[in-house]
Design a binder for this molecule. Structure first.
Ligand SMILES: [Zn+2]
Length: 170
């Protein structure tokens, strides 16, 4: 079954609906604004089922994302794989029954906007500080010698001490 816009949770869970399909990044407005390029497509494989008596949505969304490196500002590709294991709760009592390592997802009136949920999950899965491979290596001190001297210096020479401190914490 392709990825519907909305699902009725009780029906989906009772039928153990299985959603397999593509999700074009260009159809996700909140996410596409954060990407260097929204031309690619994510693969979605999700199952609606019941786990310990609670409606659940489990599966994976994966695919290539084009991000802008926060250090050199060049676009680079990230292979993202995000696993979902959500319990669809609609009352505080249900939420309290959750085991600690499960994520609750609140559902109202038995209706779930599946594409919105997937977009939110992808937003959560994005790196806080996107960095291309070469910048990641430089930041981690791998191959610092050759790569660093060849790359144009973009960072200011004198940093304020607080900014420098922040860097060390990363
Ligand atoms: Zn970079």
């Amino acid at each position: 079954m392709p990825i519907p816009q909305k699902i009725r949770v009780s029906t989906a869970v009772n039928r153990r609906e299985h959603y397999v399909g593509e999700l074009a990044l260009s159809t996700l407005p909140k996410l596409s604004g954060l990407l260097a390029d929204d031309a690619s497509v994510m693969q979605v494989d999700l199952l609606a089922c019941k786990i310990i008596g609670l409606p659940a949505l489990t599966g994976v969304v994966e695919g290539p994302l084009k991000l802008e490196c926060s250090r050199c500002n060049k676009p680079y590709q990230l292979g993202l794989r995000h696993e979902l294991d959500l319990r669809l709760v609609s009352s505080e009592e249900e939420e309290q029954r959750l085991m600690q390592d499960c994520e609750p997802y609140w559902v109202q009136d038995d209706e779930l906007a599946l594409r919105d949920l997937l977009e939110d999950e992808l937003l959560l899965a994005l790196p806080m500080l996107p960095r291309c491979d070469s910048c990641e290596n430089i930041v981690n001190g791998i191959g610092a010698g050759a790569t660093e001297s060849a790359a144009p210096k973009q960072e200011p020479r004198r940093e304020n001490p607080f900014a420098a401190l922040k860097k060390f914490k990363l």
